[in-house]
Every structure is written in structure tokens, then in C-alpha cells.
Ligand binder design. Structure first.
Ligand SMILES: [Zn+2]
Length: 43
């Protein structure tokens, strides 16, 4: 079985790599950011 759930992505904001499913940025719904930045934007 092959899934892409653990595909590494790079956050465009902080440049950090992450494998979690990211939340959509609240500033721009077209970019994917890491969970850390998602939490930061939610504050
Ligand atoms: Zn980030």
C-alpha cells in the first residue's frame, strides 16, 4: 500500500520541513504552511 500522507513538505513561511497534514493559511488559502505557523496565525 502506498500513501502520500507522510510526504515531506516545506513551510514557505519558516522554511521548516514537516510531514503532518497542514492547515491552510488564514492569510492566503492557496499556500500550505506547517502546523506551527498555522497555530501562530490562529492567535
Ligand atoms: Zn512554518
Amino acid at each position: 500500500m502506498n500513501t502520500d500522507k507522510n510526504e515531506q513538505k516545506v513551510c514557505p513561511i519558516c522554511g521548516k520541513t514537516y510531514t503532518e497534514v497542514p492547515p491552510l493559511s488564514r492569510k492566503d488559502n492557496t499556500i500550505l504552511i506547517c502546523p506551527d505557523c498555522g497555530t501562530r496565525e490562529a492567535l
